[in-house]
Write a protein that binds this ligand. Structure first.
Ligand SMILES: [Zn+2]
Ligand SMILES: [Zn+2]
Ligand SMILES: [Zn+2]
Length: 280
């Protein structure tokens, strides 16, 4: 494997509710209910360390069963070394529940998260039980401080502005021997340290929840809590970083509009797909 001993693999690209979404009969969800190949798993990223023969998952989504299986079947014999969490919204940590005694029953699985996220998990059931029974072992990270993921990869949490009722929110910057990838599924605005992290990265997987405000008729632009893709491409056009959008809402026209996808690609941007892989 040489210098390409670390890879990152996309495990899902949908917003927290997935696609199709519970009880939804919109055109995208209706199509995905009929045709399973149109289903999109909730956003998550796998990190593979070929030297240590370990994998890590960033976020623990409600689709964790399929996503962990995707990692296990793609890299047989590799051990899941731990999880990295971004924040306490359901699409990003609900999967932790399946690590408990009713399901996988892991032993002291390292879970890297911020102090506020750790406090939330330690004090609220059913997450508290995972900590008390030793299914997971919380490891507190500080913003902008890199942590080692084993032999070669490092991961650096970067605080981002987001709706922070239960925890704060971080993006993760994952560095291998040759490249760096930023994973930022949820952000309210492109401001602060995350901009430097994206600029310094080779690849950035960024919040692409909505394409434009047209998806939310009747809502005031100022209370839409995500930058729209149509604005983000203006922000990042011409940057040297390879940018792919993740965390797509079921309303996002880029899920089905090939013409719009083409326009995006002409400007140098893409939607990420499950199983996209980068050598870091
Ligand atoms: Zn989310
Ligand atoms: Zn829908
Ligand atoms: Zn969120």
């Amino acid at each position: 494997m040489g210098t390409h001993s670390v890879e990152a693999m996309v495990l899902g690209i949908a917003q927290d509710g997935g696609i199709p979404q519970l009880g939804c009969d919109c055109p995208h969800c209706r199509a995905a209910w009929r045709d399973g190949s149109l289903r999109r798993l909730v956003v998550s990223l796998g990190i593979v360390d070929h030297e240590a023969k370990t994998t890590w998952m960033v976020d623990a989504s409600p689709d964790i069963c399929e996503q962990m299986n995707l990692l296990v079947s793609s890299f047989p014999g590799y051990r899941l070394a731990g999880l990295l969490l971004t924040h306490a919204h359901v699409g990003h940590y609900l999967g932790l529940a399946l690590l408990g005694r009713e399901s996988r029953d892991t032993r002291n699985l390292p879970v890297l998260c911020t102090r506020r996220m750790a406090a939330f998990l330690r004090t609220n059931q059913p997450w508290k039980q995972l900590v008390d029974l030793g299914n997971i072992e919380l490891s507190i990270v500080e913003s902008d401080r890199p942590v080692g993921l084993g032999s070669t990869a490092t991961a650096t949490p970067v605080l981002v502005p987001h709706r922070d009722e239960h925890s704060d929110t971080v993006a993760w910057s994952i560095a291998g021997p040759t490249k760096t990838l930023v994973y930022c599924p949820d952000v309210d605005r492109w401001e602060g340290r995350i901009l430097e992290a994206i600029e310094d990265a080779d690849i950035a997987l960024l919040d692409g929840t909505f394409y434009s405000t047209d998806e939310l008729p009747g809502r005031d632009i100022s209370d839409i809590p995500h930058p729209c893709i149509s604005d983000s491409i203006k922000t990042f056009e011409g940057w040297g970083t390879e940018i792919r959008f993740i965390h797509l809402n079921h309303t996002n026209p880029l899920l089905s509009d090939e013409g719009l996808v083409g326009q995006l690609m002409e400007r140098g941007f893409k939607i990420a797909k499950r199983c996209d892989v980068w050598k870091l």
